[in-house]
Design a protein around this ligand. Structure first.
Ligand code: GLU
Length: 589
């Protein structure tokens, strides 16, 4: 769940990994660390906090070397301390490792190594890895063989970069955590994702599980199970380095919110053959399951309403982490539609694996090319949202909604109508993300900044929007927020409504009558009502107009709340790009 980057080549690796780790910080920001191979050995520098904070305390001015690695941690084993920050070193000091993932059998390995005389200075699972390698070397094996046999003893997940004080080899290895190689004329990058080295190259290899890469003067990939050398295709990335920068914006979150009109416009002008093919596959399937987590789950829930309403197609929607419970219903005719921005979400990958065991067909909707989910899928649809750096899903959520809405229209044989409906929203989304609207929503944020709770309600298609709205608000502003179906809040939670409690009410032409009744029930208990939808109403204390867009309402109506969540975060002194305790890519189960 962290970011790792390494470089080996002709250039000074230090500035390269420093710049790279800054771009990977979104994946974890508990602590940061660096290891540089120099003439004098391996120099390690690390500290607790975000990259810039830690860097301001570290001095790299005297340090240079052609090989270096860096790590930005999201702690899974051991608290957030200097000792637990990576890189982790073997007790003899020869082997240094940065690791993304979890070693599940670390306790047994640690006990065994302790019995053999190793001493441990951290609480991490990671520290067993350099010690295992060292231990294999102590038993007489040469270095690469030691790495291979050590890795074979690990259970769990890892993307690893390994340095040895006594040679100039950078080793990379992956199993169920992402690792990509970037090729430049002067050397190789290894990283958790592409934007971290995109300035230097667009030529990449997406490593597979079980790949072990040895880079020094030459570059070779071995399969850990067979021990044989393997060849992997070099792909060219379509993303542009500029897309991964903040540009004129102060935060990635607002930049990415503002990109939505352009992304949606591109999505509806793309070749629709893929959408049509997938729609045909859905028609033939016997049992369709959407699986996803977080915002992607909300997008799937929204899609299930559209599939039902437009195309009369029933789909099951499951949280990936709960999918296990449906396993017995799966057959080779079942279809799984797995939705994940990164394509690396551990819960989704594990659900997909369970479905593959039953030989079900897998289609994924993803934003990151070459991700593990792509490899596990029979077919995939790209979201084409460009790199999403902010930890919160904004443009990736709406781009998922666009694809899922197009699929629903295609299933209903109304794809052209669907395309024109979504196209109509583009100008309105420009308006919704304009400075005028942002300032208008800022006034609302001023009123809500001290709230302890915010509730959101919607009926039908607006219900998943209400869930997503609450998720956005709480994950970035840390105000407790909950979303409900309009009819549901009164079955318990209405007890929480007090004078001034903010309640966001999503309306649409179709649901207006009933949802306004629900809003009145809340108002009668003193709630402060914020209306979002096509028509103002006297029950609203604050109103944000979002034009009626039928099935595309879900795409437009979340945007004011994304902006509100951002403004609340700013006013409450929270960093919108790096919410506490979160990481962008959830690679742990
Ligand atoms: N499990 C390791 C730790 O807690 C790595 C976590 C990560 O992927 O950041 O240090």
């Amino acid at each position: 769940m962290c970011g790792i980057i390494g470089y080996i080549g002709k250039k000074n690796a230090v500035p390269l990994v420093i710049e790279g780790i800054k771009k990977l910080e979104y994946r974890g920001y508990d602590s940061v660390g660096f290891a540089v191979k120099t003439e004098q050995g391996i120099i390690i520098k690390k500290g607790v906090g975000k990259v810039d904070e830690v860097l301001s305390k570290l001095d790299f001015s005297e340090i240079s070397g052609n090989t270096a690695v860096a790590h930005s941690r999201w702690a899974t084993h051991g608290s957030v301390t200097q000792e637990n920050a990576h890189p982790q070193m073997s007790s003899k000091g020869d082997i240094v490792v940065v690791h993304n993932g979890i070693i599940e059998n670390y306790q047994a390995l640690k006990q065994d190594l302790t019995n053999k005389g190793c001493t441990f200075t951290s609480e991490t699972d990671t520290e067993v890895i350099p010690n295992l390698i060292q231990n294999e070397m102590d038993s007489g094996k040469e270095y690469i063989e030691s790495v291979k046999s050590a890795l074979k003893k690990l259970e769990g997940s890892y993307a690893l970069l390994i340095l040895n004080k006594n040679n100039n080899i950078l080793i990379g290895a992956r199993k169920e955590s992402p690792l990509v190689v970037g090729f430049t004329e002067d050397g190789w990058f290894f990283a958790s994702d592409i934007p971290s080295f995109l300035e230097h190259t667009k030529k990449v290899i997406y490593l597979h599980d079980g790949d072990l890469v040895i880079a020094n003067d030459v570059f070779k990939i071995y399969n850990l199970d067979t021990g044989l050398e393997v060849k992997r295709k070099i792909a060219t990335v379509e993303w542009d380095a500029e897309q991964a920068k903040k540009g004129v914006f102060e935060h990635f979150m607002m930049k990415e919110i503002s990109e939505q009109a352009a992304i949606i416009s591109n999505a509806v002008t793309q070749d629709m053959s893929k959408i049509k093919n997938v729609a045909e596959t859905i028609k033939k399937a016997r049992g369709v399951y959407f699986i996803a987590c977080g915002s992607s789950y909300n997008a799937c829930l929204s899609a299930s309403y559209k599939f039902a309403k437009l195309a009369k197609v029933h789909v099951n929607v499951a949280l990936a982490s709960e999918f296990e419970n449906y396993k017995d219903f799966l057959t080779p005719e079942s279809l799984i539609i797995a939705v994940s921005q990164s394509g690396e979400t551990a819960d989704v990958l594990s659900a997909v694996k369970a479905a593959k065991e039953k030989k079900s067909r897998i289609i994924s909707i993803i934003n990151v090319m070459g991700s593990s989910l792509v490899r596990e899928s029979d077919e995939f649809i790209m979201q084409n949202a460009g790199p999403e750096i902010c930890v919160l899903a904004t443009k990736s959520y709406t781009s998922q909604l666009v694809i899922l809405t197009l699929l629903a229209y295609a299933l209903a044989d109304k794809l052209d109508y669907g395309v024109s409906k979504i196209k109509e929203t583009v100008n309105h989304i420009y308006y919704l993300t304009s400075e005028n609207t942002r300032n208008y929503i800022k006034d609302l944020a001023e009123r809500l900044r001290y709230a302890n709770h915010i509730y959101s309600i919607g009926r039908g298609l607006q219900y998943p929007t209400a869930l997503e709205a609450a998720l956005k608000i709480k994950e970035v502003s840390y105000i407790h927020a909950e979303g409900f179906a309009g009819g549901e809040l009164k079955h318990g939670t209405i007890a929480m409504i007090e004078h001034g409690t903010p309640c966001i009410v999503f309306t649409s032409r179709e649901t207006e009558k009933q949802i306004i009744s629900n809003a009145l029930e809340l108002k009668a208990r003193g709630a402060y009502i914020i209306g979002i939808g096509p028509n103002n109403n006297e029950v609203f204390d604050f109103f944000i107009k979002v034009r009626e867009a039928e099935e595309a309402n879900s795409i437009c109506q979340i945007i004011p709340i994304q902006i509100l969540a951002y403004q609340l975060a700013i006013l409450r002194g929270c960093d919108p790009d790096y919410p506490k305790n979160l990481a962008k890519v959830v690679t742990v189960l």
